[in-house]
Design a protein around this ligand. Structure first.
Ligand SMILES: [Mg+2]
Length: 291
């Protein structure tokens, strides 16, 4: 948790209080409660990729799953419905994991495939198809400005895409510059822009998010228990959906993977907070051992 500098007393008190709440939250989630969720059948595990199963890399292409995660997913597959849910395009995310027999959900819920997309048909939300061309237009626009945007990487998806500025010499300036290039044209073609970790996302304006995708996954397999794990802003919808599912009688658990820049709202709504991808891999191992 990032605490304010000494001297900012009221904030400091708040920060200590928040840290205490957080600590109670982690220790308060007893093994018994985790066991209760994991013992439900049918059970689902829904996992984000970047920052959850793979350490954040300088470029999206360099990201790799944490060592040992693939074999854990293969073991989990024998006991639970496992979904990989990512903001990446489905083919891209699935290629990183490359385990058949899992459900892959791409572009924050717009694309779905039971099994690897190279082997099984990908279902696409029909309403999204109208946004293929507008998304392409906006990414073309950024590419035209690339000489003035050093370090920016354009990652195209079926609908829109991601503009990564992690490698730019002045990330905050670059973020503002990307927004200034795209904001008005995006409004004109009815596409949405949003911020992620050193990413500006060009997205369809449909009300589709990881929370809805999580609910669809639960309904699709008639799950009685579900565990979600994620780390970034777009995972918050799924973390909040976990609480709603619990109110509806489904045994549900939200794991947040903490990094130095994790949103407070994510931490506040987590059932379990783990430290970094290594912490997530360790917890995943413990959970798979319990299945
Ligand atoms: Mg992530």
């Amino acid at each position: 948790m990032a605490c304010p500098r000494p001297g900012a007393l009221p904030n400091m008190v708040q920060c200590i209080k928040a840290a205490v709440v957080l600590k109670e939250k982690i220790t308060g989630m007893s093994n018994e409660k985790i066991n209760t969720v994991l013992s439900q059948k049918p059970l689902g595990l829904v996992l984000d990729i970047d920052g959850t199963l793979s350490p954040i890399a300088p470029t999206p292409e360099e990201a790799r799953l944490y060592p040992g995660v693939v074999s854990l997913l293969e073991r989990a597959r024998d006991h639970a419905h496992v979904a990989i849910m990512t903001g990446r395009a489905i083919e891209n995310g699935a290629a990183m994991v490359n385990v058949d027999g899992l459900t892959y959900i791409g572009t924050h819920g717009l694309e779905w495939c039971d099994g690897l997309p190279t082997l099984h048909p990908v279902e696409i939300l029909p309403e999204a198809l109208a946004y293929v061309e507008p998304g392409k237009y906006l990414l073309d626009l950024v590419e035209q400005h690339l000489p003035a945007l050093p370090g920016v990487i354009v990652q195209r998806k079926r609908f829109g895409g991601s503009l990564h500025y992690r490698l730019s010499p002045d990330p905050e300036y670059t973020r503002q510059k990307i927004w200034s290039i795209l904001e008005e044209p995006a409004r004109q073609v009815n596409m949405s822009l949003s911020d992620g970790k050193r990413i500006v996302e060009v997205r369809v304006p449909l009300k589709v998010d990881k929370g809805q995708a999580l609910r669809s996954f639960v309904q699709h397999f008639g799950l009685r228990g579900v565990v979600f794990a994620g780390d970034d802003r777009t995972d918050l919808d799924a973390v909040l959906e976990i609480a709603r599912l619990r109110q509806e009688g489904i045994a549900a658990l939200a794991i947040v993977v903490q990094h130095p820049d994790t949103l407070r709202e994510m931490l506040a709504n987590a059932d379990i907070v783990v430290q970094g991808v290594e912490g997530m891999a360790n917890l995943l191992r413990e959970m798979v051992d319990l299945l």
